[in-house]
Ligand binder design. Structure first.
Ligand code: C5P
Length: 222
């Protein structure tokens, strides 16, 4: 029997920094951020579970998608999503990243199957420095620096172990690969994509609105 894959989509954030209400449910060119993440992941998965704010569980989604209530932090939300599936592998992808090229998701999943854990990550294009009191302090060698994105892929049991350990040690990370790395397990890095940028602040929203038309023309789904 082939391994079962579940897409887990945290979409329960309040979108506080954007200031427009539940971010995942906002529309770009007539399609919500959440629906965009769902459509990108659907070809790779046997099941999908989405975490929504508890007052948005009535939000209409395709019937194949299961809905659960998210937690107060992203980490808590992902733990709940993990507990809602028994798939062999999981692909965790933030609804806040609505433009997910299929080939990136595919490579992340393949690497997770091979190594147990993987994430999309982008090499740094800019010069990187540490700042001190508003001034340039130290130059960082950018050649080995990566900006970690989602999707992230995992053997489900491994990620669950990482989450349980984090709860036990009261440890909070900004993503799931960070929790696995903390266990001392390898996390394979797969080349990410600039189109996978996270919609966080009003400037990102403006960029996403403009880019949605280009993406939709290329992906022919509107
Ligand atoms: O807030 P931020 O954009 O970093 O959140 C990343 C992702 O995690 C978003 O898709 C957001 O909806 C989700 N999230 C969640 N539950 C929380 C906080 C964030 O599902 N409590």
């Amino acid at each position: 029997m082939s391994a079962r894959v579940a897409a887990l989509i945290p979409a329960a954030g309040s979108g506080e920094r954007l200031g427009m209400g539940a971010k995942a449910l906002l529309e770009l060119n007539g399609i919500t951020l959440l629906e965009r993440a769902i459509r990108c992941l659907a070809p790779l998965c046997d099941e999908m579970v989405v975490a929504l704010p508890s007052d948005q569980l009535g939000f209409e989604l395709p019937e194949v998608v299961r809905k659960i209530a998210g937690g107060t932090t992203r980490q808590e939300t992902v733990k709940r999503l993990l507990e809602a599936t028994n798939a062999d592998f999981v692909l965790v992808h933030d609804a806040a990243r609505p433009f997910l090229p299929l080939e990136v998701a595919h490579k992340v999943l393949s690497a997770a199957k091979e190594f147990g854990s993987s994430t999309a990550a982008l090499p740094a294009a800019d010069t990187l420095v540490l700042e001190k009191d508003g001034n340039w302090d130290l130059l960082i060698d950018r050649s080995n620096v990566r900006a970690v994105q989602t999707p992230q892929g995992f053997n489900r049991i491994l990620l669950l172990e990482a989450h349980l350990q984090a709860v036990q040690e009261n440890w909070e990370a900004t993503d799931d690969a960070g929790l696995v790395a903390r266990l001392g397990k390898p996390v394979a890095l797969v080349n990410g994509d600039p189109r996978l940028f996270k919609v966080t602040k009003p400037g990102d929203w403006a960029l996403a609105q403009a880019f949605a038309r280009v993406w939709d023309a290329e992906n022919r789904w509107v």
